[in-house]
Design a binder for this molecule. Structure first.
Ligand code: NAD
Ligand code: TYD
Length: 342
C-alpha cells in the first residue's frame, strides 16, 4: 500500500482521514478525487499541498465518471481506493433522492469496476450504521444483521454495500467495509445537526429539534472514526464488515443540552419542530469486532460534542462564509415552513 485514492476527500470525514494518513505514513501518497458538491470544500484541504508537497494531490472529478477514475489510477499508480464520496444528508435525500442513487450507488459501482479492471486493487467502502435501519428494543446491530434501510440515503448506501460484497464474491476483489456511527468534529458542513445547532446558537437563532428529541444516536469524534478506518484498511479481514462507533448512545435532546452548556447558552433556544419523515428512532451498533482489532475511541460522545462545539467557536473563518451562501436557500426550504410543536 503506497498510493491511495481517497474519493470525497474534500468533505467532512474524508478531509480528516486524508490529514491522518499524510501525518501517519510518511511513505504514502494520497490522491483526492472530489466533485466539489456543496459539501466538498477546497478550504478543508488548503494547507496540504504546501505541507506535504507531491505526497498529496487533488483532482476535481466525479466518481460516476469511469474514464476519469481509470485515468487517475493510471497517472498516480493507485493501489488502494478508499471511498468516502457520497451524498450524505438524509434531509436532502428526502427532498431529492436522485443524486443519492447516482453517486452512492452508480458511483460505487463505477469505482468497483475501475478497481477490478485496474488489477483487483484493494478497496475500502465507507458505510454507515443507517443501513441497519431503526433498531428496536435494546438490540445492538451486528455486522451480519440484515440491512433494513428506511431513507433514500440509507437505501443507497445499503445498495452500495451489496455491490462491494458482490464484487468480492464474484471477482475476488479485496474489499472491506466499515459502518460508522454519527460523526462530529472539525469541518462538518453546518447543515448536519451538531454544527447547525452550534452555529445557529452563536448567531442567536433557535435550534430546531425534530419531534420530541428522544431519538437515540451514537455521536463519535471524527478522528476516532478515521483511526478505525485506518485499522480496518491495514488489519481488517478481506471480505469483512466492521462497525465503528463508541457503542454508547444518547438522545438528541441530551446532545443539545451538552452543546448549549458548553456554549453557556440557555435551553430556551430549543424549539421542537415537526419531525423528519420516516425518522429512524434509534441507531445502536455492537462495536466489539473493531475493538478486537485493538481500536478504542479516545472521546466519549460527551467529550466529542464539547470538542466539536469548541472547534466551531474557534473557527468562524470556516463556517461563516458557508452560512451566508447556498446554505440560506437550503435552510429556508427545510425549516422555513416547518411547524413549531413545542
Ligand atoms: P460530506 O457530505 O461532508 O462529504 C461528501 C464528499 O463527497 C464531498 O466532498 C462531496 O463533494 C463529495 N462527492 C459527492 N458526490 C461526489 C461524486 N459524485 N464524485 C466525487 N465526489 C463526490 O460527507 P461525510 O459526512 O464526510 O461522509 C463521508 C462518507 O462517510 C459518506 O460515504 C457517508 O455515507 C459516510 N458516513 C458518514 C457519517 C456521518 O456521520 N457524517 C457516518 C457514517 C458514514
Ligand atoms: P443528522 O446529522 O442529519 O444525522 P442522521 O439523521 O443521519 O443520524 O441528524 C442527527 C440527528 O439529529 C437525527 O436524529 C435528526 C436530528 N436532527 C434534528 O433534530 N434537527 C435538525 O435540524 C437536524 C439536521 C437533525
Amino acid at each position: 500500500m503506497q498510493n491511495i485514492l481517497v474519493t470525497g476527500g474534500a468533505g467532512f470525514i474524508g478531509c480528516n482521514y486524508v490529514r491522518l494518513m499524510l501525518e501517519k505514513y510518511s511513505d504514502y501518497r494520497v490522491v483526492v478525487i472530489d466533485k466539489l458538491t456543496y459539501a466538498g470544500r477546497l478550504e478543508n484541504l488548503q494547507d496540504l499541498a504546501e505541507r506535504y508537497g507531491d505526497r498529496y494531490a487533488f483532482v476535481q472529478g466525479d466518481i460516476c465518471d469511469g474514464a476519469a477514475i481509470d485515468g487517475v489510477i493510471a497517472q498516480y499508480d493507485i493501489d488502494t481506493i478508499v471511498n468516502f464520496a457520497a451524498e450524505t444528508h438524509v434531509d436532502r435525500s428526502i427532498l431529492e433522492p436522485d443524486a443519492f442513487v447516482k453517486t452512492d450507488v452508480l458511483g460505487t459501482y463505477t469505482l468497483l469496476e475501475s478497481a477490478r479492471k485496474g488489477g483487483n486493487l484493494r478497496y475500502h467502502q465507507i458505510s454507515t450504521d443507517e443501513v441497519y435501519g431503526h433498531i428496536a428494543g435494546d438490540h445492538n446491530s451486528l455486522e451480519d444483521d440484515k440491512m433494513m434501510p428506511r431513507s433514500p440515503y440509507s437505501a443507497s448506501k445499503a445498495a452500495a454495500d451489496h455491490f462491494v460484497h458482490a464484487y468480492h464474491i464474484t471477482y475476488g476483489l479485496p474489499v472491506t467495509i466499515s459502518r460508522g456511527a454519527n460523526n462530529i468534529g472539525p469541518y462538518q458542513y453546518p447543515e448536519k445537526v451538531v454544527p447547525l445547532f452550534v452555529t445557529n446558537a452563536l448567531a442567536g437563532e433557535s435550534l430546531p429539534v425534530y419531534g420530541d428529541g428522544q431519538q437515540m444516536r451514537d455521536y463519535q469524534y471524527v478522528v476516532d472514526h478515521c483511526e478505525g478506518i485506518d485499522l480496518v484498511l491495514h488489519q481488517g479481514v478481506i471480505g469483512e464488515v466492521y462497525n465503528i462507533g463508541t457503542g454508547k448512545e444518547m438522545t438528541n435532546l441530551a446532545m443539545v443540552e451538552i452543546l448549549l452548556d458548553e456554549l453557556n447558552l440557555p435551553r430556551t433556544l430549543i424549539r421542537h419542530v415537526e419531525d423528519r419523515q420516516g425518522h429512524d428512532r434509534r441507531y445502536s451498533m455492537d462495536v466489539r469486532k473493531i475493538m478486537s482489532l485493538g481500536w478504542e475511541p479516545s472521546y466519549t460522545p460527551e467529550e466529542a460534542i464539547r470538542a466539536s462545539v469548541r472547534w466551531y467557536v474557534d473557527n468562524r473563518w470556516w463556517w461563516e462564509p458557508i452560512r451566508s451562501g447556498e446554505f440560506r436557500e437550503y435552510y429556508q426550504r427545510v425549516y422555513g415552513n416547518r411547524k413549531v410543536i413545542a
